[in-house]
Design a protein around this ligand. Sequence first.
Ligand SMILES: *Cc1c(COP(=O)(O)O)cnc(C)c1O
Length: 411
Amino acid sequence: MSNAPPEHAPLVQFDVQDDCLQIGGMALTRLVQRVGSTPFYAYDREKISERIALLRRHLPQEILLHYAMKANPMPAVVQHIAGLVDGIDVASAGEMRVALDTVIPPHRVSFAGPGKREYELRSAIAAGVMLNVESVQEMESVAQLGMNLGITPKVAIRINPDFELKSSGMKMGGGPKPFGIDTECVPDALKRLAALRLDFYGFHIFSGSQNLNASALQEAHAKSLQLAIRLADHAPAPLRLLNIGGGFGVPYFPGERALDLAAIGENLQRLMPEVQWQLPGARIALELGRYIVAEAGIYVCRVLERKVSRGQVFLITDGGLHHHLAASGNFGQVIRKNYPVVIGNKVRGGEREVVSVVGPLCTPLDVLADQLPMAKAAAGDLVVVLQSGAYGLTASPTAFLNHPVPIEVLV
Ligand SMILES: *Cc1c(COP(=O)(O)O)cnc(C)c1O
């Protein structure tokens, strides 16, 4: 069975020794003993550091690199990343608390998201965190709360651009959206901002997530800069910050290729002189979530039973969609595709077979792999879902069926 069909995006990110996956400098079998029980998530700190170094190598030196922590809010992960990036983007007061525990100064923490609660705005203002305001109404609340506190709030305007990010897995801008202020309304919003005497930092434009198409991202970056230059004429003060979003994708499925980071870096490098000319004093920030953490993380569960039903093999595991919704195909996928899944303690295996990996939940949605070729496994073997460092546990319905919540470790 060695000439099986292409199985998954290549396993480039982890070594395999004696047919056992290595993570954090140790064999997976040993890590399982260290953690004590399955299922769990493990994040490899060296891989995260390497990824950030790769970004720094390709991006213009002047660009600020922010971590959008909703991709993986585990405090140890955020602490590790905080030492390597210039800022953290948060999407709730809970995330903001974790970010403020790091070495990142408060003004390099930015808080985005629609429907921020009053207590969230108040604590952001008190902390000196920058608020990406998503509507004029929110701007009014921020000004009022700032007045009550006797603190001038730091704000940027999130713009809902008048263009869409092509080939994005999840669109966050363009057309009617709950995010940001529509481009055509920004001049009036800026007038109001000036009257409210808010401390204006700049603009925030984020158009979509999970993009593997470098030329689409290049186009979005160029259009975002053009838009910012155009709208800066209406601003009450020179722009200090222009956040052009995240959205760099990683390959999950057969046929997908890694993003051409060099092309993205070169494009930004080409755009820099125009920005420095038109917006002197403005720093450009990229806020990346997925790209920084996705490939550094794995989800590990154990086979409880190998079951054959009408000729089809099922590996029933102690993990499932309640821990890893994205791998089950229910987090924004239109057509379900398999994440890369391997048997971690026998990656190649002596014998191979096509199996479906399922969890213990009483629903047919609880599938981690649907008819995927892998090493022939039995009860006790370890199933590993790769590319699981982003939007994994944090995006999963852990309360569903009330099984224990998995452990997370940074190794
Ligand atoms: C989710 C989010 C990001 C990160 O997106 P990725 O696709 O993970 O890079 C960045 N900015 C904002 C405002 C977000 O909501």
